[in-house]
Ligand binder design. Sequence first.
Ligand SMILES: [Zn+2]
Ligand SMILES: [Zn+2]
Length: 343
Amino acid sequence: MRVAALTGVGEIEVQERDRPTPEPDEVLVEVGACSVCMTDYHMYHGTFPVDPPVVPGHESAGTVADVGADVDSVEVGDRVAVNPTVPCNVCSYCKQGDTNLCVSSTSIGGAAETVRDGAFAEYVRVPEMCVEDIGDLPFEHAALAEPLACCVHGVEVADLTPGDSVAIIGAGPIGLLLLQSFRNAGAGPIVVSELDDERRALAAELGADAVVDPNEVDPETAIPEAAGGKVDVGAEAIGLVPTIEQANAVTANGGTTLIFGVPSQDATLEVSPFDIFFNEVDYRGSFALNTDDFQRAIDMLQTGRIDADSVITEHIDLEDLPNAFKRMGDAEGLKKIVDPSPS
Ligand SMILES: [Zn+2]
Ligand SMILES: [Zn+2]
C-alpha cells in the first residue's frame, strides 16, 4: 500500500509499505478520504515535533477492510469514520469522560504524547473503539467529523445558552465549522471578523448575522456595534495573542472568552486580574474532542446540520501534500481532502 510518511522536518515521502494486519482488538480501514489539518502542517514544519518516520493524517473515514479476531462491533465492508484520539481509559480524566485531557493518550496520525501511523495512506490500522459507523455519509464529509467534533467541544466549553451572542475571530476552515456549530446550538446574533474577502463572504453565507473586515474597521468597536453590545462568547479561532485580546475586548461582563485556535506553546498573554475579578469574564480553553463529541459530530453531518461541501475546496493525491502545506501557509483555499487511492 502507498503511504505519505514524514521522514524529517519539511520532508514527506510517498512510500510503498506492506498492508498492515490488525491486532485482535483492531480494525483495518481502507481510507476513502483524509482531510488535511493545521496539525499536519505543524508536524511537517517541526512546530509539533514528532519522531520520524511517521504517517500523519488524523481526519479520516473509509471502509472496514479487515478485522481482528476479537472485534465484534463492525465487520468488513462497514463504512466508518476514525476518531484519532485513543484514550487510555484508566486515568481519572478518562474515567470522568474527559478523554481529551487523558494523561497518556495516543493519536492516530495526530499530535499527542504517542503518535501512531495515520491515514495519509491507503490503509490505516486502528483500535476497534475508534471507529464509528457513518451509514451512507460521503467519506469526504465523514472526514470532517474530527474537526467538527473539536467545534462541538468548543460550544460545550463555552457553556452556550440559546440566544447568547457570539463573536468569532477568524473564519478559516475551523472557524467556519465553529460558526455552524454555534448556530446549530442556537447562538444569535453571531458576528464574524475575518481579513480574507472570500472567507468573510462564506461566513455570511453559512449563517453569520454580520461580518466585519478588520482591514476596514476596528473589530473591537465594530463587533459590539453589529451585535447590539458586547457578546456572551468571544471565540478566537486563529491562535494568536492579539486576536485573543480582541476576542476578550468584545466579551461582555459575565461572558466567556474562548481560546479555540491553537496558540504557540511559548506565547504569553497579559491579563488584568482586576478586570477578570470585576467583570467576571472567563478565559476558557477548548482542546481537541472527547468520544461523545465525535459521535455528536457524525450525527450533525448525517442530519445535514453542517454544510460540509462549502468548506472543502480541493481533492488531492498523496504526492500533493507538500504543495497543500504551502497553500495552507498562504491561507489559500479551505479544507484539502486527500484521496489516497485515486481510481
Ligand atoms: Zn485536525
Ligand atoms: Zn486517560
